[in-house]
Design a protein around this ligand. Structure first.
Ligand SMILES: Cc1cc2nc3c(=O)[nH]c(=O)nc-3n(C[C@H](O)[C@H](O)[C@H](O)COP(=O)(O)O)c2cc1C
Length: 179
């Protein structure tokens, strides 16, 4: 992990509160971390928390107020590995279908590095045929799916849909880089 450039994508699921823990593990292991987030992600975790643990600003808009654009192509090519954690049903659907209405998705389409996603959602959302189809499509693109785990969900229901724990995502990413 030391010296590796890891791009962390954050989308708007409740599990985003765990993403700073993942970033911290990556930074502690010597990785350089940049973060790209959807607008919705900031309903669940602040840009200040993400940028503080990553030691880099968080990018989320195509361009700033001065009209300077955030170069998603540069961001995608910079990374040795792109991990999206959590990955919402919404973002998974867009990834599977080549949609590009935010900086995270534009970066995904531009990235040449390995991509891993950690889906997190309620059990019925996860089991829905459309989500399962989209996950299969993304896996067929060659992207890695970090399986959600079973347990108590934010809805109060029990089942599969919890984002993998940050330590397990870290191990998964280490294995990709060491492969
Ligand atoms: C309290 C709350 C929790 C949510 N949790 C999830 C979740 O865990 N997974 C998910 O796929 N969507 C979840 N959503 C719905 C997403 O926030 C919504 O689909 C949003 O448009 C996702 O945008 P993004 O994919 O651009 O980040 C939640 C919404 C709310 C209000």
């Amino acid at each position: 992990m030391k010296g590796k450039k890891i791009l962390v994508g954050v989308t708007g699921g409740i599990a985003a509160y765990k993403t700073p823990l993942l970033i911290r593990l990556l930074v502690k292991a010597g990785a350089e971390v940049r973060v790209v987030a959807t607008d919705s992600a900031f309903d669940f975790v602040t840009p200040l928390t993400l940028s503080t643990v990553a030691k880099n600003p968080v990018e989320s808009e195509f361009f700033d107020e001065a009209g300077n654009w955030n170069n998603h192509v540069e961001l995608g090519l910079w990374a040795n590995l792109f991990v999206i954690a959590p990955a919402t049903a919404n973002t998974i659907g867009k990834m599977a279908n080549g949609l590009c209405d935010n900086l995270l998705l534009a970066t995904y389409l531009s990235a040449r590095c390995p991509v891993a996603i950690a889906p997190a959602m309620d059990l019925d959302m996860l089991q829905h045929p459309s989500v399962q189809k989209n996950l299969k499509t993304i896996a067929e693109f060659g992207n890695h799916i970090i399986e959600p785990t079973e347990g108590e969900l934010a809805s109060g229901l029990e089942g599969k849909g919890r984002m993998a724990e940050p330590e397990d995502i870290f191990k998964f990413l280490s294995n990709i880089l060491n492969a």
